[in-house]
Design a protein around this ligand. Structure first.
Ligand SMILES: NC(=O)c1ccc[n+]([C@@H]2O[C@H](COP(=O)([O-])OP(=O)(O)OC[C@H]3O[C@@H](n4cnc5c(N)ncnc54)[C@H](OP(=O)(O)O)[C@@H]3O)[C@@H](O)[C@H]2O)c1
Length: 302
C-alpha cells in the first residue's frame, strides 16, 4: 500500500508537541522478529512506534529505525519506564539506557508504565529529562481516575498523555472527562482488546464495517480516533499492519458511534489495576527481578 502521510491524523499535546494519532505497538513482539516488524511498519507508513523497557525489544526497535532511512525526526517514539526503575536517580539511569538501546539522542514520549511504587520520584526524574530536552513529552499509563487526578493535582508538571486499556468493551469514558480537565491526551493500549470477548467477530462492529467496506479491526480504530484517542495497534503481519493504517478514508456517523458506545461493559478484558492481589503481583515481580529472575518468562499482561 502506498501510504500518504498527509492522511495521518495528529493530536497536539499540552506542550505543543504533535503526535501521530495512530502508531504501531510492539508489546509481545519477540526480540527475534521485532526488527523485521518495525521495518515493515515503517515501510508501510507508520511514523509512531510504541515500546517499553519491559518489552525487552528497545534494541530491535532502535536498530530498525536506524536502518530504515526514515529521518529520526519523522518518527514519534515512545517508551515506558518499568517499576524497578522508579525513583530519583534510577529512573534517569533507565531512560539513559533506553536512549542508548534506541540509538537516539531524544525520545518523543516517556511514560510511567504503572501507577505503583515511587511514581512521584520517577516523575521528578522525567520532568528533569524533559526540561533538558532528552525527552519531548512525558506521561503516565494505567493510572485510573483517582490516581490520575492525584498525580495531576500533586505535580506541577502535568502528564501529557495517559495510556490505558480502551476498546469497545472497556471504553473508560468517565476517565476521559477527567483527562480533558487536566489537558491529558487519552491513548489506547489494546485497541482491539487483543481480540478478547470475540471483539473481531462482534456483530455490531461487523455490520458497521460492512456498511463502509471495512473490517471490525478498522471500525474499532476509527471509533477511538473519532473520540480523540491515540491508538497503537499491534500486528506481526504486514498485511494487517497495512489494514490497520487504512482508516483515514471513511468516518463513522453519530449513530454508529452511539451503537459502539452501547458495547461498553466498563470492565477490563485483562485485570484491574485496583485489584489488591494484582498490586501484590506487581510488587512480587519487582522483587523477583532484583534476584535475577528470568523476567522474559513472565507471561502476564501489563
Ligand atoms: N501501557 C500498557 O500497560 C500496555 C499494555 C498492553 C499493550 N500496550 C501497547 O499497546 C499496543 C497494542 O496492544 P496489544 O498488542 O496488547 O493488543 P491489540 O493491538 O489490541 O491486539 C493485538 C492482537 O490483534 C491481532 N490483530 C492485529 N491486527 C489485526 C487485524 N487487522 N485483524 C485481526 N487481528 C488483528 C494481533 O495478531 P497478529 O500480531 O498475529 O497479527 C494480536 O493478536 C501494544 O503492542 C503495546 O505497545 C501497552
Amino acid at each position: 500500500m502506498a501510504f500518504d502521510s498527509n492522511d495521518m491524523m495528529y493530536v497536539t499535546l499540552s506542550n505543543g508537541v504533535k503526535m501521530p494519532q495512530l502508531g504501531y505497538g510492539v508489546y509481545q513482539v519477540g526480540a527475534e522478529e521485532c526488527e523485521r516488524c518495525v521495518t515493515d511498519a515503517l515501510e508501510v507508513g507508520y511514523r509512531h512506534i510504541d515500546t517499553a523497557q519491559s518489552y525487552f525489544n528497545e534494541e530491535q526497535v532502535g536498530a530498525a529505525i536506524a536502518a530504515s532511512g526514515v529521518d529520526r525526526d519523522d518518527v514519534f517514539l515512545t517508551t515506558k519506564v518499568w517499576l524497578e526503575h522508579y525513583g530519583e536517580g534510577a529512573t534517569r539511569a533507565s531512560v539513559e539506557d533506553s536512549l542508548r538501546k534506541l540509538q537516539t539522542e531524544y525520545i518523543d514520549l516517556v511514560l510511567l508504565h504503572q501507577p505503583f511504587g515511587d511514581a512521584f520520584g520517577a516523575w521528578r526524574d522525567l520532568v528533569r529529562l524533559y526540561e533538558e530536552g532528552k525527552v519531548r513529552a512525558i506521561g503516565i499509563s494505567n493510572f485510573y481516575v483517582d490516581r490520575m487526578v492525584e498525580f495531576c493535582e500533586f505535580n506541577e508538571v502535568k502528564p501529557m498523555v495517559n495510556q490505558m486499556e480502551r476498546h469497545p468493551l472497556n471504553q473508560n469514558t468517565e476517565l476521559m472527562e477527567w483527562e480533558k480537565k487536566y489537558g491529558v491526551v487519552p491513548e489506547a493500549w489494546a485497541p482491539f482488546g487483543e481480540g478478547r470477548g470475540d471483539l473481531f467477530e462482534n456483530e455490531v462492529l461487523a455490520q458497521i464495517g460492512a456498511a463502509h467496506g471495512k473490517s471490525t479491526a478498522q471500525v474499532m480504530l476509527r471509533w477511538n480516533l473519532q473520540r480523540g484517542v491515540v491508538v497503537i495497534p499491534k500486528s506481526v503481519h504486514r498485511e494487517r499492519m497495512e489494514q490497520n493504517l487504512d482508516v483515514f478514508d471513511f468516518s463513522l456517523s453519530d449513530e454508529e458511534m452511539a451503537q459502539i458506545a452501547l458495547l461498553d461493559t466498563e470492565t477490563s478484558s485483562f485485570f484491574s489495576h485496583a485489584d489488591p492481589k494484582m498490586i501484590q503481583w506487581f510488587a512480587q515481580i519487582v522483587e523477583e527481578r532484583k534476584t535475577n529472575h528470568d523476567h522474559r518468562k513472565d507471561k502476564k499482561n501489563w
